[in-house]
Ligand binder design. Structure first.
Ligand code: CUA
Length: 338
């Protein structure tokens, strides 16, 4: 939108003009009051200057009317800023259901990225134009911050949790990716680029960078090698442990009676610290996997759990054979959990 203003970085996502609008509103409000107050200041200096050395000014008793006025006006202005920014923030913070998912792991000092189709990249992110992209981000060490100025997208990536953000690029091109949180010696070198391509070009790029294992398949292998299968079943059908098939995105009842949405953060916590939120009806028998799996592997397990669909919601007993490779069909769209 405002590409003619040299102070503003290029605008290349659906949200960037909204962020710019808030920015210009803030600048406008600031400029208006700076000018207004400066003008009043000059006016008062001249108007109420001391006219004779013996002049004694009339004392000021105060005015409730004035005080109310200069409390209410700034309050209303501050609330417009708050309400407006909160709306844009929540819009950016809540990824749409149909977004394409990309996993991002920050690490001193690089960005490791994996697409749900398996392709891996370092310090580069290839995406198609006009498509909603959801980033599921975490870090292996300290806090980093994923910042793409052209998309007006900036989010802290914090150890021990997932940050999700989404964007939709509106223009093809190559855009800067920065780490915007001081993270040690080579923080300034933790840079990369986001390459926005035409959808067909992107498909070519995907097939040209074929990877043998998707995160979901790698997750399935981990699921077996770590022994998760013995309690959760080979296809997440459950047993001594809660059912995992169809779990992602659903409301889950906990032992304490409260419910949580089984999102990425909940699943991650339940892998690394299973006692934190016990599912109703299950004992604290699951061992922790803290320190035994890397962030990459947690993301793979997550991709596998997401890929598990409910085969027969009525009776989930002997549904699938243990050799089922349903995880490989991860690319097919999952029905929206509502
Ligand atoms: Cu990573 Cu600064």
């Amino acid at each position: 939108m405002q590409s003619w203003i040299p102070l503003v970085p290029e605008s290349a996502s659906t949200v960037s003009s909204k962020v710019d609008a808030i920015y210009f509103y803030l600048s406008g409000v600031t400029l208006f009051f700076t000018l207004l107050i400066s003008a009043i200041l000059v006016f008062f200096v001249v108007r109420y200057r001391r006219r004779s050395p013996y002049e004694i000014p009339r004392p000021i008793a105060g005015s409730h009317k004035l005080e109310t006025l200069w409390t209410i006006i700034p309050f209303v202005i501050a609330m417009t800023i708050f309400g407006w920014s909160a709306r844009v923030y929540f819009e950016q913070y809540r990824p749409p259901q149909n977004a394409m998912e990309v996993y991002v792991v920050g690490k001193q000092w690089m960005w490791k990225i994996q697409h749900s189709t398996g392709q891996r990249e370092i310090n580069e992110l290839h995406v198609p134009v006009g498509r909603k992209i959801k980033l599921i981000m975490t870090t292996e060490d300290v806090i980093h911050d994923f910042f793409v100025p052209a998309f007006r997208m900036k989010a802290d990536v914090v150890p021990g949790k997932y940050t999700t953000e989404w964007f939709e690029a509106t223009k093809t091109g190559t855009y800067h990716l920065f780490c915007a949180e001081y993270c040690g010696m080579n923080h300034s070198g933790m840079i990369g680029q986001v390459i926005v391509m035409e959808p067909r070009e992107f498909d070519n790029w995907l097939t040209g960078n074929l990877s043998n294992t998707t995160p979901a398949v790698a997750g399935q292998q981990l699921f077996q090698s770590l022994g998760c299968v013995s309690c959760h079943g080979a296809n997440g059908e459950g047993g001594r442990g809660p059912t995992l098939a169809g779990l992602y995105g659903k409301q889950t009842r906990l032992a304490g009676g409260e419910t949580v949405v089984a999102d990425e953060s909940y699943l991650r916590e339940s892998i690394l610290n299973p006692q934190a939120k016990l599912v109703e009806g299950f004992g604290p028998i699951m061992p922790t996997f803290q320190g035994q799996v890397s962030e990459d592997q947690v993301m793979q397990l997550l991709a596998f759990i997401k890929s598990l669909q409910v085969t027969n919601p009525q009776q989930s007993a002997p549904a699938a054979s243990p050799t089922s490779t349903r995880a490989t069909t991860q690319a097919t769209p999952r029905p929206n959990p509502k």
